[in-house]
Design a protein around this ligand. Structure first.
Ligand SMILES: [Zn+2]
Length: 222
């Protein structure tokens, strides 16, 4: 069975908590949606804020709706601009121990002690899509990107459940490395069988852990 999902490439952006939104834009402020995203209820906003780091700054767009915690998602190159190195690769909401930054908007300035992450690549699937693809929430798979710079992304976490819609989220650097374009279809080829601990061990020892099953050739259908 072909298990294909459209690719969504994320540029740097910020999710704000209602508390931080109130502080920066005024009590009870409502964001102005300009574009709905594929994930149900998520949207890009007209509003931008300025992010300030030790060495530099840039403007980022706000994505709505408001989240429980303020979270800044950047590419590694954006970290260089800000002067922040070794930004952890994390899933949304997992912010403990991540670097802080300053947000400026409307003449106000807000210092965050944490919340800067490089987003961990992942796939969204609805409950039904997960069943169809035989993929459970939390499972990790490999994904093949076709094309001249085509490659296989390993260790891609699947988030399956209500409120999700089939899409693979990668950042601009992963998009550039693979030559992927927005809405291009990526092929889930091979659930990997090693655990996160194995991967951490692999980083420490340089040991290469073989995958179960051969990867399909690039000219395979799908
Ligand atoms: Zn996502």
């Amino acid at each position: 069975m072909n298990r294909r999902v459209p690719i969504g490439i994320s540029n740097k952006h910020i999710h704000l908590s209602q508390e931080d939104l109130d502080y920066l834009f005024g009590e009870g402020y409502e964001l102005t949606p300009i574009k709905n995203l594929k994930q149900p209820g998520q949207f890009a906003c007209e509003e931008k804020v300025k992010i300030v780091g030790p060495k530099g700054s840039f403007d980022v767009r706000i994505l709505g709706p408001a989240r429980k915690k303020t979270q800044l998602e950047v590419n590694n190159a954006d970290g260089f601009t800000l002067g922040v190195r070794d930004i952890p690769v994390r899933l949304s909401g997992d912010l403990e121990g991540t670097p802080g930054f300053i947000i400026e908007a409307n003449g106000k300035s807000l210092k965050k002690d944490n919340g800067m992450i490089v987003a961990e690549r992942h796939i969204h699937l609805s409950e039904e899509q997960g069943k169809k693809f035989n993929i459970n929430n939390g499972e990790r798979v490999s994904v093949r990107i076709k094309g001249q710079r085509g490659l296989v992304f390993n260790n891609v976490l699947c988030r399956v459940g209500d409120g999700h819609e089939a899409e693979m989220h990668i950042d601009i650097e992963e998009g550039n490395a693979s030559g992927a374009k927005n809405d291009q279809l990526a092929c889930i080829i091979d659930p990997i069988t090693f655990t996160k601990d194995d991967i951490l061990q692999q980083h420490e020892t340089g040991e290469v852990i073989p995958m179960v099953g051969d990867l399909p050739y690039m000219d395979d259908e799908g």
